[in-house]
Structures are given as structure tokens and as C-alpha cells.
Ligand binder design. Structure first.
Ligand SMILES: [Zn+2]
Length: 478
């Protein structure tokens, strides 16, 4: 980025709430049901029906507002946002406009270790989702209204972000919070978390904001970063060429890594917001607020500190392990079986995370359950198997779902700690490698590693390496 400029970025994030039923009717929000089966006259927008507010939606939104330090407004109202779209059967979306439920919050992001930046939250409001248009038929567009009326919150940030990286960190932080609160699954690829960015650039030192554009359609965390970076560069180039920036909505195209303008007609909406006459004012009084606050779980920052203190983990480990509630839970469930905190952390941070990242699954879908991994670690601790064997059978635990003790028994992998058995293997190796023994005795200590390796090979990796080392040294130095 041209160093004479700075970017000004604000994000609008939609999070789909994990309620069982929709926001204004009793239809299921279950994902993946056959099209147009989770519907009723209310969410289909039939004339004469009345919406009924889902209490859980208010509670989830208030929880979010509390965590990001928002003022929770005692009174808030719903408004109709009018526009025509085939997947919006009512012809309007019920949202909040004036008088949203939460305002004036902030979250902290960590730019570098120890360097914290505050990002303002303008507002959080509740709204319903629209249905889905499916364009994969050549001669028709199909409409699935299952998603109509699914509850959303929209979290609007202040234009406090100054780089694509900051936007990425902010979004990651929001995901961490909603998943800790268990109010949204945070999955961007599946659309349960969606992000639009308002981007403008200006010369450094300038206080007036430049003309902004809105970038939509970024369906992964990395795409948010890439799309914003692209848009910043595009705007700077225009200004450097003495051209004007046109206020418009742009779509990110992940295939070409470019932003493309949306049809300009779609931007000129006048939504004609007005208060929805079918819904009463939402009143969150002190009593309700205090009962909601009792549902607040242990939040990521506090949990990270506890991991450092209680399990004596390095900050680096604690950061990764508490990055999501599910991962932190997985780690702590391992500790119901073993007390080797650091070893459990190492296994999660290397073997487990590598597998779930490579196969793009979530920790909940990881085939090795935490008690099973805990048993594996305990078997190393108790010298039943070596760490090397453990690493070897772990892939089999993943592919078969078997418990480690079963695999160890089936393959006869129990570690040999019986010294007489190891002694005979050591003698065999000493006799077979007289040259190397000579080298070692002449002072080449590195050869020891080779000899240990030979003994391990001889015992098919089952010998306790520490005992091998001790016996070998003992015999060589005699
Ligand atoms: Zn319904």
C-alpha cells in the first residue's frame, strides 16, 4: 500500500443465531431439510398472519451486546425494510432501524503481542433472514424459503479499522465471541457468519473521510482480507490517476481475486423504513437483563488466563487452545484422563489441529474423542508405549475410531521395559557393529544415536528408549 494513504474500514457482520425455531414463528431453523419444508403462513408472508417474537433471539442478542460492552436499550422497536426480491415473499424484511437493541460498544483486538486496539461497535440489531434463490438450473431460478425468518443479528462497527489485517483480526474476534456464547456457529463458508465491508482511503493526516464503497460476497476470513486489500489498492490507483471514486456496491469474486460492480440499479434502494405495526416494543428491563447476564459463560480472555495459571501453559499454547470454545473444551476433556497438561497441549496443537485443518473439518467432527487421546497420552506417561509408537498409531485411531489400548493389543506394540530382553537386543547390535563401537569409544559420541536407533529397529520400536540408552552406555563403557 502507498504509504501516503491510509484506509478507513468498517464492517457489517451478520450472524445467524442458533435458536431451534425462527424469529417470528415456530418453524424449525434446521439446515439441510428438503426445500420449502420448514415453512408456515407466517414466514411465507401470507396475508393476515401475525409475527410472534422469539424470546431467545432477544436473549442471545443481549448476551452479545453485554460481551462487547454495548449499552442495552431498555426499549427497542422493529421496522419494516421494504424491497422486492423473489426470495422475500412478504416484500419487506423485519429489521431494526431507529432504536436498535444494542448500541455504543467496543471490542479489543490484539495487533501484535501486547498491542491492543479498541474497535467501536456502533450498534447490534435483530432481523430476519430472507430465503434463498438457487441459480444452478440453466432454464430457471429455484426458490427455497426454509431460511426465511431465520434469526440474524447485524453487528455494525465504527470505521475504526485501518488495514485488511485489522479487519481479519476483528472478524476473528467476533467469531470467537459468538462461538463462546454458543449463539452462532461462526461458519463463514456455510453463511452463518457473513461480512460486508465499507472501504475508503484518504491521505494520511486528512480528517475528512474519502468516498466509500461497499464490498460484499466475501465468504471466508481470508477472502475478507484479500477483498479489502484489493479494494484499497484499486481506490489508491484511481486517486493517483486523478480520478474519482464512485460510491457503489462491489462483489468480491474469489475466482479472479477481483471486485466487480453490482448492477447499479440495486444500490438505489429507498427502503422506506417504518415501525412494524404488528410487533410490540421490546422491553428489556433490569430484571430480565440480570437474568440474561447469568447465562454468560467463561469468555475467551478469562479462559486463556486460567489456562496459563491452572495448567502452567505458555501464553502461545493458551492462545491457540482457547481460540474456540469447542477446542478449549476438547483440551480440557483430555485432562479428565491425564494430568500431563503440556503433552496434551502439544498433541492438540500439532497432530489434532493439523488433521482438522488439512481435512477442513471442525473439532466436533474430529474422529478421535478427547478421552481416547487422553488414554493415549496416559499410556506414554505410564511407559506402556513410546512416544514414537503413539505417533504411529494415532492415524489409525483417526481412521478406525478404535481406542489406543485396542490397537496396541492387536498389534502387540506394548513397550518393552523388561531389561533382559533389551539387554540381549543391545548385545546383538554391539556385536553386529564393531566399527561403530570403536568410533564411539574413540570419542565420536554422535554414534550413540545410531546405535540406539539400531536397537529400536531390532525391537520394532517397542523398546523403552531411555532404558535402551542406559543399557547401551553401560555396556559400551565397560
Ligand atoms: Zn414459519
Amino acid at each position: 500500500m502507498n504509504s501516503r494513504y491510509e484506509a478507513v474500514i468498517g464492517l457489517e457482520v451478520h450472524a445467524q443465531l442458533l435458536t431451534d425455531t425462527k424469529i417470528f414463528c415456530g418453524c424449525s431453523t434446521k439446515f439441510g431439510n428438503p426445500p420449502n419444508t420448514n415453512v408456515c403462513p407466517v414466514c411465507l408472508g401470507h396475508p393476515g398472519v401475525l409475527p410472534v417474537m422469539n424470546k431467545k433471539v432477544v436473549e442471545f442478542t443481549v448476551l452479545m451486546g453485554m460481551v462487547v460492552n454495548c449499552k442495552i436499550n431498555e426499549k427497542s422497536i422493529f421496522a419494516r425494510k421494504n424491497y422486492f426480491y423473489p426470495d422475500l415473499p412478504k416484500g419487506y424484511q423485519i429489521s431494526q432501524y431507529e432504536e436498535p437493541i444494542c448500541e455504543h460498544g467496543k471490542v479489543e483486538i490484539e495487533l501484535k503481542e501486547g498491542i491492543i486496539k479498541e474497535i467501536g461497535i456502533t450498534r447490534i440489531h435483530m432481523e430476519e433472514d430472507a430465503g434463498k434463490s438457487i441459480h444452478d438450473h440453466s432454464d430457471a431460478t429455484l426458490i427455497d424459503l426454509n431460511r426465511c425468518g431465520t434469526p440474524l443479528i447485524e453487528i455494525v462497527s465504527e470505521p475504526d479499522l485501518r488495514s485488511p489485517e485489522e479487519a481479519y483480526l476483528y472478524l476473528t474476534k467476533l467469531k470467537q465471541i459468538v462461538t463462546y456464547l454458543d449463539i452462532c456457529d461462526g461458519n463463514m463458508e456455510q453463511g452463518s457468519l457473513r461480512c460486508d465491508a465499507n472501504v475508503s482511503v484518504r491521505l494520511k493526516g486528512e480528517s475528512k473521510l474519502g468516498t466509500k464503497t461497499e464490498v460484499k460476497n466475501m465468504n471466508s476470513f481470508r477472502n475478507v482480507e484479500r477483498a479489502i486489500a484489493f479494494e484499497i489498492e484499486r481506490q489508491i490507483e484511481l486517486l493517483e490517476d486523478g480520478k474519482q471514486i464512485v460510491q457503489q456496491t462491489l462483489l468480491w469474486d474469489a475466482d479472479t481475486n477481483k471486485v466487480l460492480p453490482m448492477r447499479s440499479k440495486e444500490e438505489a434502494h429507498d427502503y422506506r423504513y417504518f415501525p412494524d405495526p404488528d410487533l410490540v416494543t421490546i422491553v428489556v428491563n433490569d430484571e430480565w437483563k440480570s437474568s440474561i447476564s447469568k447465562q454468560l459463560p467463561e469468555l475467551p480472555d478469562i479462559r486463556r488466563e486460567r489456562f496459563i495459571n491452572q495448567y502452567k501453559l505458555p501464553a502461545y499454547d493458551a492462545n491457540i487452545l482457547t481460540s474456540s470454545r469447542q477446542l478449549a473444551n476438547y483440551y480440557e476433556q483430555i485432562l479428565t484422563v491425564t494430568n500431563d497438561y503440556k503433552s496434551a497441549s502439544n498433541w492438540v496443537m500439532t497432530e489434532v489441529l493439523k488433521f482438522i485443518n488439512d481435512s477442513k473439518i471442525s473439532i466436533e467432527d474430529f474422529p478421535v474423542k478427547p478421552d481416547s487421546l487422553g488414554k493415549l497420552i496416559k499410556m506414554i506417561e505410564e511407559n506402556i508405549i513410546s512416544g514414537k509408537i503413539a505417533k504411529e498409531i494415532f492415524p489409525e485411531m483417526i481412521s478406525t475410531g478404535k481406542m489406543p489400548e485396542q490397537i496396541v493389543a492387536e498389534k502387540n506394540l506394548v513397550q518393552i521395559s523388561d531389561t533382559s530382553e533389551i539387554e540381549s537386543a543391545v548385545e546383538k547390535i554391539i556385536n553386529a557393529n564393531p566399527d561403530d563401537v570403536q568410533k564411539f569409544l574413540a570419542g565420536k559420541e554422535k554414534v550413540l544415536g545410531f546405535l540406539v536407533g539400531q536397537v529400536m529397529k531390532e525391537t520394532r520400536g517397542k523398546a523403552n528408549p531411555k532404558i535402551v540408552n542406559d543399557i547401551l552406555l553401560n555396556k559400551l563403557k565397560r
